[in-house]
Design a protein around this ligand. Structure first.
Ligand code: ADP
Ligand code: MG
Length: 724
């Protein structure tokens, strides 16, 4: 038997596979939100007074009245049963970036042995999953593992089709019996409410009288890889860690840029159609799809939605991508860096804030009056990103995202703001205390009349910035492709709430002292730029000069790894921020630090163990076989007087020995368990374990370049990226 049999089989399966047929074309209207128990479906099925009450709850996010809940539950159950559901599930979002659900049947057995389906209001509104195995950072001792899920009425229920059939899914928050948030949704809802309060204060002070609730919007671009399952099933690293821990770069990578925006392969096209159909049925507005930079890499983005719903929909999108891929014989990789030396995957989170009366508050508009409003909100963002830059870095810190941040295709780990030349110029003028009249009559103050109007869509882009203004929103580009968007949204909403409150306080006292509105705002914005302008940067974020300048001259943090970034969550000013905005209590914040640190350590430990076991049980045997073959041949030929050069055999032997020695060092390093603190442990993982893993890999990848291909057992980069 040859050593590469599984590879050969995989390729032949792929080449001979039956193509999934294209989806029959369907009208968008026939698919759209058919599986969502939307407001309009409620309106059809509920008595008028009940519907009014539900609608009010949905719009304000308050708890549903018990009597109302019973009626809603009955209607929801009837609808779900008509769609074929026998089970319902409270869906929640634990701190692991995953989606969790516990399924219960509608079944209720009667005294006479017959069954009816039942779904009471209190079951809709509240559930009690046994959440003891979700990481909670010590908020609940496992013995007292009581956690409650409660329906988040602002996110609609839906039926989800899986291999198990249809299930009614109810989006919920997940809280401990003492009321602490154990999930990612609760703080998101709180951050929206904090931001709404602060934004409303500012809007009032700016003279608005009618002010609708302010919400944040999110549109997230999801990058992912598709690799044929015939390959991934033969790659323990992809199965367990979601990324390749070994693999020599192929002769052809992405250097030709021939995949980016190229024609989507037919097989992938059929996959995408199914993904989009499933998204549409769930009311998720999938909008763009294209090939990404790397071979085998793609992107999908929806139209933006209210942050809370967008976040739930993003979780669903990741689930749908993974499940649909399986059906099509692919594995969908959401890891930030599945292949070394090849572009990684991110999730750009586009974020803006606005309401029904004032519109998008980050839209410059083209009239001077809305400019003032815009400049205040934009200034608030600048202040927030500067003051809490390290927090923004911490919320995107994961073991997997460390491979991407700071590497050449992704934004650097230094958090700065890109404004575009036009805005940069205007804020520059503000900080010099002068705004030039657009008609060129010299220097004036920031009167409404003299403020230059904006050109819509100044058009320039900067792909090297982690936090970029893109015309009417900010785009946070450092978010990892496998991450929940909730954490980043919580951070952005909360720092904005803090800045807006600071502005409102100043403005309030200035106005009370008789300062005129425009003069007051001009002073406040100047102060923002004086204190926080250092965060604005329009140049090349990848360059060495910037890294030096950012840290040495501007005092910005460069937190390269998760081990450097996560401890930010323990700092006093971050605790104050979350406490005063009511988004997270100190206990809740600490629990998040504990959970994320643990996840980081676990991720690296799993990978390190895999590195040693794959080196020992897969790569070593292959190389030994090759070496035996080689040295056997060399000595046989010698017997008949032919001297074959020994260098190749020597090279393999040396690499083999180095690989095994390093793998042993790695094993020994992993057995260290006495650390003074979690921070020390994380630094050890980042400074000692990771480099040893990389070293083992270096030798293994060099062996891949020496050992006979028909003895090599692992599917190669070339095969995984190019055979479709
Ligand atoms: P690009 O590749 O140019 O960044 P895409 O169209 O791929 O743009 O994605 C942009 C994302 O930003 C989409 O999800 C889009 O709906 C979203 N978006 C557009 N306007 C806003 C806004 N005002 N607030 C939040 N997200 C927005
Ligand atoms: Mg994009």
């Amino acid at each position: 038997m040859s050593g590469n049999e599984s590879r050969v089989q995989a390729i032949s399966q792929i080449v001979n596979r039956k193509q999934m047929p294209a989806r029959p074309p369907k009208r968008l209207e026939d698919m759209w939100a058919t599986d969502v128990f939307s407001l309009s479906k409620m309106q059809e099925s509920l008595p008028k007074s009940i519907f009014k009450s539900v609608k009010n709850t949905v719009q304000t996010g308050q708890k549903l009245d018990d009597s109302v809940a019973d009626v809603v539950a009955a209607a929801m159950k009837d609808w779900a049963i008509s769609k074929g559901a026998l089970y319902y599930a409270h869906v929640f979002y634990p701190l692991t970036n995953s989606t969790a659900e516990k399924h219960d049947g509608f079944i209720s057995v009667q005294g006479d042995g017959s069954v009816i389906s039942e779904f009471a209001g209190k079951v809709l509104v509240q559930g009690e999953p046994d959440g003891s195995s979700f990481p909670n950072g010590g908020i609940r001792s496992t013995a007292a593992a009581r956690g409650y899920t409660a329906w988040d009425v602002t996110s609609p229920a839906y039926v989800m089709e899986t291999d198990n059939g249809m299930t009614l899914c109810i989006p919920t928050v997940f809280i401990s019996w003492t009321g602490e948030a154990l999930d990612k949704k609760t703080p998101l809802l709180r951050s929206i409410s904090a931001m709404n309060k602060a934004a409303t204060r500012v809007l009032k002070l700016l003279g608005n009288t009618e002010i609708a609730p302010v919400n944040s919007s999110c549109g997230s671009e999801q990058e992912y890889f598709l690799v044929d399952a015939n390959f991934t099933n033969n790659r323990p690293d992809l199965l367990l860690a979601g990324r390749t821990l070994f693999g020599k770069p192929p002769a052809k990578g992405q250097q030709f840029d021939d995949h980016y925006f190229g024609a989507i392969p037919e097989r992938v096209q059929v996959f995408m159609q199914e993904v989009e159909e499933r998204m549409y049925r769930l009311g998720i507005p999938a909008k763009t799809r294209h090939n990404e930079v790397a071979p085998g890499q793609f992107e999908i983005a929806p139209v933006f939605e209210a942050a809370n719903v967008a976040s739930d929909h993003q979780q669903l999108t990741m689930t749908i991508l993974r499940n649909t891929a399986k059906k099509h014989g692919f594995m969908c990789l959401l890891h930030e860096k599945p292949f070394a030396g090849i572009n990684g995957s991110g999730k750009h989170v586009n974020w803006s804030v606005g309401n029904a009366t004032q519109g998008n508050l980050l839209d410059p508009g083209d009239t001077p009056h809305s400019n003032i409003q815009f400049l205040v909100f934009c200034g608030a963002v600048i202040r927030g990103v500067h003051k809490y830059g390290p927090l923004l870095r911490a919320v995107v810190a994961t073991a997997s995202n460390d491979h991407r941040l700071g590497a050449n295709e992704a934004p650097p780990a230094i958090i700065s703001v890109y404004l575009g030349s036009q805005l940069e110029d205007i804020f520059g003028q503000i900080s010099r205390g002068e705004v030039k009249d657009s008609k060129g009559r010299g220097i004036m103050n920031l009167g409404v009349e003299t403020l230059p109007t904006f050109m819509k869509d100044a058009g320039d882009r900067n792909r090297t910035s982690p936090f970029a203004f893109t015309g009417n929103r900010f785009e946070f580009r450092a978010v990892g492709s496998g991450q929940s968007v909730s954490g980043p949204l919580v951070a952005m909403n909360t720092i904005l709430a803090d800045s807006l409150d600071w502005i409102a306080n100043k403005l309030q006292s200035d106005l009370a002292n008789g300062t005129e509105l425009n003069a007051a705002i001009q002073t406040i914005l100047k102060e923002v730029m004086d204190e926080h302008g250092a965060v604005v940067f329009g140049g090349n974020g990848y360059s060495e000069e910037w890294h030096k300048m950012a840290v040495e001259e501007r005092g910005l943090a460069n937190l390269r790894t998760t081990a450097d970034a996560l401890p930010v969550l323990k700092e006093g000013y971050i605790e104050d921020l979350f406490e005063k905005t009511g988004v997270l209590t100190p206990v809740e914040l600490e629990s998040r630090y504990d959970v994320y640190a643990e996840q980081y350590l676990l991720a690296i430990e799993v990978e390190a163990k895999l590195v040693t076991s794959m080196a020992k049980t897969i790569i070593y045997p292959a190389a030994v076989r090759y070496l035996a073959e080689l040295s056997g041949t060399i000595s046989k030929l010698k017997e008949i007087g032919i001297e074959l050069e020994k260098e190749s055999a020597e090279k393999v032997a040396v690499l083999l020995k180095s690989m095994m020695d390093t793998a042993s060092k790695l094993s020994a390093a992993l057995s260290k368990h006495d650390f003074a603190s979690t921070e020390d442990h994380m630094q050890y993982a980042s400074q000692t374990i990771r480099p040893l893993m990389d070293e083992v890999r270096q030798y293994a990848d060099a062996l891949e370049g020496e050992v006979a291909d028909d003895l090599w057992p692992l599917p190669t980069y070339q095969e995984m990226l190019f055979v479709k």
